[in-house]
Design a protein around this ligand. Structure first.
Ligand code: A5P
Length: 228
């Protein structure tokens, strides 16, 4: 089964949790896209009604609009259900997100979801965070080099994400994305707390203690991971 087919299967499993009149958080990336498309189909078919959604990126907002999913702001009440992809997830449902650059808006919405469901293909399941993916950190352009120095003091290799021409990539919020590679195992909660207090850091891609459920597709079927 191709990775794309796996992503779609995981997404379809998560979308079974969507009910009428829910406010949804729509994730960003190639896996979340399948979930957003499936939500659109459920609305068109009439299987659910009254659903509204908060998009976690400009790209997802454009997709939702195209599919006819009514968009709303993130109000004080948060969202009922958020569904999003991951870059890495452990069996304890700790995750790294943000290689698509949308980590700040994703964190803002998904930390306020009554239920967060993570979805991915089998390549996303890891034994420890940082095994394959860097921890992305969104920093304000002003004084960014000082933030990089502070990040490197946490025993990682930190570098701004660049496009093919070598220009710094920016988030939807106009900030830089610093990818932090940890060569050895690290305490994710300690690192998350340390990153959060670096001046100029807007948000980081460690999504800890947030997800209730993950659906990881394998060749044999979709594995459900739950928080113990
Ligand atoms: C977006 O910023 C990310 O958090 C994505 O959710 C994550 O990178 C997964 O993307 P794919 O589903 O495209 O791998």
């Amino acid at each position: 089964v191709s990775a794309e087919a796996q992503k779609r299967r995981a997404a379809l499993e998560a979308v079974k949790h969507v009910q009428s009149n829910m406010t949804l958080g729509l994730g960003t990336g190639s896996t979340a896209r399948y979930a957003t498309e499936a939500v659109g189909e459920k609305l068109v078919s009439g299987e659910v009604e009254g659903v509204r959604a908060v998009a976690t990126s400009k790209a997802t907002a454009a997709l939702a609009e195209h599919l006819g999913i009514p968009l709303t702001e993130l109000g004080g009440a948060g969202v009922d259900l958020a569904i999003d992809g991951i870059d890495e997830v452990t069996d304890d449902l700790e995750a790294i997100k943000g290689l698509g650059g949308a980590l700040a808006r994703e964190k803002i919405v998904e930390a306020r979801a009554r239920t967060l469901i993570l979805i991915g293909d089998s390549s996303k399941r890891v034994r420890r965070l940082g095994e394959r993916a860097p921890v992305p950190v969104e920093v304000l352009p002003f004084g960014w080099e000082a933030a990089v120095s502070d990040l490197e003091a946490l025993s990682c290799r930190a570098a701004p994400r660049c496009d093919e021409s070598g220009a710094f990539k920016t988030s939807d919020n106009g900030n830089y994305l610093i990818d932090c590679r940890f060569d050895a195992a690290f305490d994710a909660y300690e690192v998350a707390a340390a990153i959060s207090v670096i001046p100029g850091v807007l948000e980081h891609g460690l999504f800890l203690g947030l997800a209730k459920l993950a659906y990881i597709a394998t060749d044999e079927g979709v594995v459900e991971l739950t928080r113990s």
